[in-house]
Structures are given as C-alpha cells and as structure tokens.
Design a protein around this ligand. Structure first.
Ligand code: GAR
Length: 241
C-alpha cells in the first residue's frame, strides 16, 4: 500500500471543497493525509472544518505583511514546513505572487467554477448567464503565475436551464465541483496523474485535452463519478473512478 498523498489545502471561505476531500478520505475512497490547511482569513469556516478534523492549521493576515510577495513567502514557508506532495487551492481567493508560484517545488492545483479558459476571475455564474451560454461547469487546473490560466487537468459540464439564476447555477454546480476535485486528487494519490516539466502525464501519456468527469443525474453520490479522457472509457482508480 503506497503512503497516502500529503495534501496542503489553502482556503479562504466556507470550506465545502475541503470537507468533500475529507469525507471521501473518511469513506476510504481517497488515500490522502491532509498535513495543513492554511488561510488568509483567520475567521473562515474552512479553518473550523480543518480543526474539527484535527488537521494543523495556519492563519496569516495579509495586512500583517509588507506586500503581496511577503505574505505569499510567509504562507508558503508554512506550506513547505508541512512537506506536502500536492497543494490544493480550494476556494483560496487571493492572487498569488508570480515569483513565489514559479519557485514552488510541488504541483499546485486550483478548483475554479467555470469552463476555463472561459470566465477566469470572479462572478462566473452571472457571467455565464449574461453571455447566454447553454453550458456551465468547473475546472481543475495547475496553478501558474497567471490568474486561472494554468493548464486545465479536468472539467465537469452541466446544462444551463432557462430559469437559472447565478444562485441556482452555483448551487447545482457545487456538488459537481466536489466530485471533480475528489476525482482529480484521487488520480494524483494513486500515481496516475503527474505534473511533469514536459507536460501533464496521465497514465503515462501526455494529456492533450482536459479529462472529463462523467456524471449522471441519478447518481446517488456524485462524488463517486469517474474521470475519463475524452473519447475513452471511464478509468478505474482510487476515488477517481
Ligand atoms: C468554490 O465554488 C470554488 O470553485 C471557488 O470558490 C468556491 C469555494 O467554496 N473558487 C474560485 O472562485 C477560485 N477562483 P468552498 O469554500 O465551499 O470550497
């Protein structure tokens, strides 16, 4: 049995994506050890989720640091001390300093509520509706120095309905986000997904287009959904399907 994947999670808010990772782990579907949850908002719910699970936390206030780079260096010193294999941004709502990101020795992934490259940044649900899109979704991508612009690893898609509001879209997308993040972390944990300098490797080949999360509206447990390469059959694997 390989050692569990050491995860550091950065979060700023409610922490539902963090909770989904922990629930999948508790259910025996995700071989991870969450070694740190760090936040820029000391009062955020994500830190409560972590504390309740007995996970070490770090809370750093941006205003206690000289500038963005100083805050990010302090934050990532804490992350480095936890020796993670993978860093997950799960609702971490700060832009990171490019030099700090470029110097990072571990892969870092972010969950974003849109079908990137469409709608980087904020208010994605309202922007999807304003554009009249027929489809919405979420992406997990590698974090690079540019906001929401790193290579996309995997996506989940869902139709936009005529009576959708930003709130309804957000509520319908959230469980799919959770499923997507759990599935991607699962692929890292079982060694099937690697962020190599030559490109993203999935099952030993370079990933040319994002993996797709297969969902079914009658899935009792959406976090059991599976990731597949477009055009391929669903791939079995820890938590990832
Ligand atoms: C999620 O919807 C996530 O996709 C989004 O913040 C929310 C965090 O929810 N992230 C971004 O918008 C990043 N650009 P959570 O705190 O309940 O996990």
């Amino acid at each position: 049995m390989p050692a569990p994947l050491r995860l550091a999670v950065l979060a700023s808010g409610r922490g539902s994506n963090l909770a989904a990772l922990l629930a999948a782990q508790a259910a025996g579907r995700l071989p991870i050890e969450t070694v740190l949850v760090a936040s820029d908002r000391p009062a955020c719910q994500a830190l409560d989720v972590a504390r309740a699970a007995g996970i070490p936390v770090a809370a750093l206030r941006p205003r206690d640091h000289r500038d963005r780079a100083a805050f990010d260096r302090a934050l990532f010193e804490r992350v480095a001390a936890a020796a993670p294999d993978l860093v997950v941004l799960a609702g971490f709502m700060r832009i990171l300093d490019g030099d700090v990101v470029a110097a990072m020795p571990w892969p870092m992934i972010n969950i974003h509520p849109s079908l990137l490259p469409r709608y980087p940044g904020l208010d994605t649900h309202a922007r999807v509706l304003a554009a009249g899109d027929a489809e919405h979704g979420a992406s997990v991508h590698l974090v690079t120095a540019d906001l929401d612009a790193g290579p996309v690893l995997a996506q989940v898609r869902m139709p936009v309905r005529a009576d959708d509001t930003p709130e309804r879209l957000a509520a319908r997308l959230l469980p799919l986000e959770h499923a997507l993040l759990v599935a991607v972390v699962g692929l890292f944990a079982c060694g099937r997904l690697h962020a190599a300098p030559a490109g993203i490797q999935f099952d030993g080949t370079t990933l040319a287009v994002p993996l797709v999360l297969e969902t079914s509206s009658d899935d009792a447990d959406p976090t059991a959904a599976r990731l597949r390469a477009p055009g391929a059959r669903a791939a079995p694997g820890a938590g990832a399907g």
